[in-house]
Design a binder for this molecule. Structure first.
Ligand code: ZN
Length: 243
């Protein structure tokens, strides 16, 4: 369409710039969507990591509880054995003092046994709670692994679709860009680079930039309406486009 001279296609530079602007916006939207898709997977992965760490912690704690239970049970068995022995002695004892001493020991052992039984019972309860929690986390991890696979597949195809859209839009973008003369092309690429993902174009309306409301001087306004040279808004630096 462009002869390479400073002539514009019949429609002038503004429709092309407007289309380029909207193509660029659409490309940005698809890029944002891709990030959103990736975020879905990342969130599941992050929760899974958190839960796995929690699982390891609870398993270690449960192991400690089991060791404690074992220790208490051994102590309990020992105390019971001691009590049994003391009972045997008490049957054989005849001196009052000896009987008193044995009874004292039996009382102590009896208290020790009930204390150990109570502690063991408490530990078993704690261990049981941990086992339930461990099972719950394991079930969650199994379920979320499945979900992760499913979401992963879904996200992959969504990303692929968005990437294809971006590719098509970029092709149209390149095509449209080639319809601009060098001066407008450079001006457009300049603002695209300058504003990154932001809006590179601003409408020239009622003698003002619609983005920052900067009042454009009359001479520039006339030149703008002819669309011969590109003009940047002195206020915000965007490329001015006549609607
Ligand atoms: Zn402006």
């Amino acid at each position: 369409m462009n002869s390479g001279l400073d002539t514009q296609p019949i429609s002038g530079p503004y429709p092309i710039l407007r289309e380029l602007g909207s193509l660029q916006r659409m490309i940005g939207e698809h890029q944002a969507k891709i990030l959103g898709h990736k975020k879905r997977v990342e969130m599941i992965q992050a929760t899974r990591q958190e839960k796995s760490a929690e699982l390891a912690e609870k398993k270690a704690l449960q192991k400690t509880k089991l060791l404690e239970i074992r220790r208490h049970e051994n102590a309990l068995a020992q105390s019971e054995e001691n009590l049994g022995r003391a009972k045997g002695h008490s049957n054989e004892a005849d001196a009052t003092r000896q009987v008193e001493s044995i009874e004292k020991e039996m009382l102590f052992l009896g208290q020790q046994i009930s204390q150990l039984e109570e502690q063991t019972f408490k530990l078993i309860g704690e261990s049981d709670i941990l086992l339930v929690e461990i099972k719950e986390i394991e079930q969650y991890l199994t379920g979320s692994e499945k979900a992760l696979k499913e979401v992963g597949h879904e996200v992959d195809s969504l990303i692929e679709a968005d990437q294809l859209e971006i590719k098509n839009l970029e092709e149209r973008f390149t095509e449209k860009l080639s319809e601009l003369n060098a001066e407008f092309k450079n001006a457009f690429l300049h603002v695209v680079k300058k504003f990154g993902k932001g809006k590179p174009l601003a409408w020239f309306e009622e003698q003002r930039c619609d983005c920052c409301r900067f009042l454009i001087d009359r001479q520039t306004g006339i030149e703008l309406s002819h669309g011969i040279h590109p003009h940047f808004c002195p206020g915000c630096g965007r490329l001015l486009v006549v609607r």
